[in-house]
Design a protein around this ligand. Structure first.
Ligand SMILES: NC(=O)c1ccc[n+]([C@@H]2O[C@H](COP(=O)([O-])OP(=O)(O)OC[C@H]3O[C@@H](n4cnc5c(N)ncnc54)[C@H](OP(=O)(O)O)[C@@H]3O)[C@@H](O)[C@H]2O)c1
Length: 285
């Protein structure tokens, strides 16, 4: 498919990671650490975000990145993230919204503050960081938005109603951005992953219904336990190749394709409408 045809169907452009400034959130987590290493190995200059200063500084020293300690649920702090990253390492070329948390349990048993933090971190913060990064990326004619979502936003798992809702929202946000940005210079990547060998999965497993659900899906081989480094390598490759979605494990791709069918059908039906061009024209000086 040539570039023009890719733009028409909404497939966004490739992004060379070498030399790019990548803003990565949740950098010190089980997946984030591997993303930071793989991005740095691919030649990216990385700004790393998490709350705890010591592990962030240690990771920054290890991969040669810039540490930007921030609580992404703090509205005032969140507003300054892209400007702070850009004043340290220059324009952000790739934003990787990876920070996330989970709450496993019945909704009624969740703490009200915890519920707000879940939505703030998993959905509001990625949307806000995309909002901050987009104008500069559009003006420079280069950029990539990566949102780390979950298969819990595709299928429902007991005890993960709120978490799954944030991830379904994040996937849909990414799909909407892809439609808005089609034909323009900024690419998007929605990453939908199943369970990863991680502390987070350990916490989810402490809720017996969630543990039983994952055990059954793993035993039936509907899912496999993913290796965080395999996820990180696949994300870097997907950014470089410009593919709009990454689903892991691969065996879940048919299920996700069915779930995404309404989005795909609407996208096809709207082929030829270029919101990004219309917006650029509206805002041209
Ligand atoms: N693990 C899985 O099985 C799995 C499966 C599917 C999708 N995912 C998604 O993959 C992403 C990474 O998961 P993970 O397993 O690597 O998670 P993790 O190990 O729990 O790491 C979470 C990261 O986010 C940071 N963080 C947490 N709260 C924050 C806040 N308020 N502000 C800024 N940073 C914050 C943490 O550092 P601090 O605590 O220092 O802030 C840490 O760096 C998440 O979005 C998750 O939903 C994970």
């Amino acid at each position: 498919m040539d570039a023009a045809a890719r733009a028409r169907v909404g497939d966004t452009g490739t992004m060379r990671v070498a030399g790019a400034h990548v803003l990565l959130t949740g950098a010190t987590g089980d997946i984030g650490r591997h993303l930071a290493s793989r991005l740095a190995q691919a030649g990216a200059r990385v700004t790393l975000v998490a709350r705890s200063r010591a592990p962030l500084d240690a990771l920054a020293a290890q991969v040669g990145g810039h540490a930007l300690p921030t609580d992404l649920t703090d509205r005032a702090a969140l507003r300054g993230v892209v400007p702070a990253a850009e004043s340290a390492l220059g324009p952000v070329d790739v934003l990787v919204n990876n920070a996330g948390t989970e709450t496993a349990g019945h909704l009624a048993d969740l703490d009200a503050d915890g519920l707000e933090e879940l939505v703030a971190l998993n959905l509001l913060a990625p949307a806000e960081l995309c909002r901050q990064a987009l104008p500069g990326m559009t003006a420079r004619g280069r950029g990539h938005l990566v949102n780390i979502s979950s298969l819990a936003g595709v299928g429902t798992v007991p005890g993960l109603a709120a978490y799954g809702a944030t991830k379904a929202g994040l996937t849909h946000l990414t799909s909407g951005l892809r439609a808005d940005l089609r034909g323009g210079p900024v690419g998007t990547l929605a990453v939908e992953i199943g369970p990863v060998a991680s502390v987070m999965m350990g916490r989810i497993g402490s809720h017996p219904p969630a543990a039983a659900a994952f055990e059954r899906l793993l035993q039936a081989r509907a899912l496999t336990m993913l290796d965080p480094d395999d996820v990180a390598r696949a994300v870097v490759a997907a950014v470089e190749s410009g593919r709009p979605t990454l689903r892991m494990p691969r065996r879940t791709a048919p299920l996700a394709a069915v779930t995404h069918a309404p989005r795909s059908l609407v996208r096809l039906a709207l082929t030829g409408i270029h919101p990004s061009r219309a917006r650029t024209a509206e805002h041209a000086p």
